[in-house]
Ligand binder design. Structure first.
Ligand code: GLN
Length: 474
């Protein structure tokens, strides 16, 4: 029996099949994970009785979602021993739908990073080339799906952390609209942008899982109370007649010509399928990276204040006084990138700089959102590359945070605007995957599913398997 099954194939009527599917994936994790480091914690699967729309589907959760009784680290030394007393809403809903938890995936510390190199548990390696990064911050989830260690995994996306690793690992990654999925129990980084989503091989698999986790949650006041459409039904709607705007700003100097070629070829597939392509410019988009690196650190400096060694997190040994306790607990618990963000965030929020940085950034954020809204007056979807380059080498960008930040140049604007977006595999450049990004209107996940599924009926890129991780039984 092949071990890489589609989610609808995995949905089991018989609990014995669920057990054997989970065991097959567990075996692949055992064999392949030592080379990839995609998991922080492996879980001996508890197979629930086969009921529910996702019964028998093995799943991995990014280690940012709290899991009752199972260590949840957020990729940080700060939470290295944290055993949560409750489940995140996403975890609870998917368990109730019948998913089988097989492990918690590695990630950049507190989801801050684009390469998984800020994890306190060591970097994840890209299954397509172990000398390269898988992207981040949901790099463990992306690598695990790409290598066939799990059929689906959750992720979170604050500035690109689902779409960018999905692109670099050759899987499908979906970031829903802000408010579509509950953030309750999802450890906060930048709360006005954080959103949970799904990484899987195909748009079809994503639709099945997102349908099981989306929807209003009274425990998250930013989750939106509107009905969850049937994403699975949307898969068959097709591309014909959709107006797709090509974001010209994305085809800038930083985009590798070889990546641009793959994206052009993908756009030609959309056109052949009956989409009408037009050019679109988003005038303020070039400001999205600087705006994000004011707002995200500001929010993180506030959210991470709770890790003081008293209320939460690692506690330093034998403190001399309270100041020493705070200072050493936080210096020992947080890595360099997280400390850098807290310092920047504290600075931009401080008296005298608040107006110049934080308030100004909020205003530009609104302009960026308005650019998107204007574009959506004449198109149904926006399209472009997910990243400017394929996966880079481990260590290649760690010395220069600004170069690292620029890897998210095409994804960050979407989070500032709160829109839904996805990345689908669109081919290989020098043997490494690249992703096509599609962006939708507020709460119009269905059109994204329709377009992505049609694209995947016409292409084979999402079925490509990294060398050495091909589907072999057992
Ligand atoms: N790479 C971006 C950052 O470092 C985005 C991370 C994310 O989406 N969580 O903040």
């Amino acid at each position: 029996m092949k071990s890489r099954l589609r989610v609808p194939e995995l949905v089991a009527a018989d609990p014995r099949h669920a057990r054997s599917a989970a065991d097959r994936y567990r075996e692949r994790i055992r064999v392949h994970n030592p080379r990839l480091n995609a998991f922080i914690t492996q879980v001996d699967p508890e197979v629930p009785p086969a009921a529910g729309p996702l019964a028998g589907v093995p799943i991995a959760h990014k280690d940012i979602f709290v899991t009752r009784g199972i260590r949840t680290t957020c990729g940080s030394r700060m939470l290295a021993d944290f055993i949560p007393p409750y489940d995140a809403t996403v975890v609870e809903r998917l368990a109730r739908a019948g998913c089988i938890l097989v492990g918690k995936t590695n990630m950049d510390e507190f989801a801050m990073g684009s390469s998984n190199e800020t994890s306190a548990f060591g970097p994840v390696r890209n299954p397509w080339d172990p000398e390269r990064v898988p992207g981040g911050s949901s790099g463990g989830s992306a690598a695990a799906v790409a290598a066939g260690l799990v059929p689906v995994a959750t992720g979170t996306d604050t500035g690109g952390s689902i779409r960018q690793p999905a692109a670099l690992c050759g899987v499908t990654g979906f970031k829903p609209s802000y408010g579509r999925v509950s953030r309750f129990g999802m450890i906060a980084f930048a709360s006005s942008m954080d959103q949970a989503g799904v990484l899987a091989r195909s748009a079809e698999d994503v639709a099945w899982v997102l349908r099981g986790m989306a929807g209003h949650d009274p425990r998250d006041s930013t989750s939106v109370d509107r009905p969850v459409p049937d994403y699975v039904a949307a898969l068959t709607r097709g591309i014909r007649g959709l107006r797709i705007g090509i974001v010209r700003n994305f085809f800038d100097d930083g985009l590798w010509p070889t990546v641009a070629d793959r994206i052009q070829a993908a756009l030609a597939v959309l056109e052949a399928a009956g989409a009408r392509l037009t050019d679109v410019t988003l005038p303020n988009l070039s400001l999205s990276v600087p705006v994000y690196y004011v707002l995200a650190p500001a929010e993180c400096s506030s959210n991470l204040a709770r890790y003081d060694g008293v209320r939460f997190g690692h506690r330093a040994d034998r403190p001399e006084d309270l100041f020493d306790l705070y200072c050493r607990s936080r210096s020992e618990g947080f890595g360099e990138e997280v400390q850098r963000r807290i310092l920047i965030g504290t600075y931009v929020l401080s008296h005298g700089y608040y107006d110049a940085y934080y308030l100004k950034a909020q205003r530009v954020r609104r302009l960026i959102r308005n650019d998107f809204l204007r574009a959506f007056e004449s198109v149904d979807l926006l399209a472009g590359p997910t990243t400017p380059t394929p996966a880079f080498r481990l260590g290649e960008k760690t010395a220069d945070p600004l170069t690292m930040y620029l890897n998210d140049i095409y994804t960050i604007g979407v989070n500032l605007a709160g829109l839904p977006a996805l990345s689908v595999p669109a081919g290989l450049v020098d043997g490494l995957p690249v992703g096509l990004q599609l962006i939708g209107r507020d709460f119009d996940e269905e059109t994204l599913f329709a377009a992505a599924a049609d694209f995947q009926r016409r292409t084979e890129w999402h079925r490509a398997e990294p060398p050495g991780f091909e589907d072999v039984s057992g």
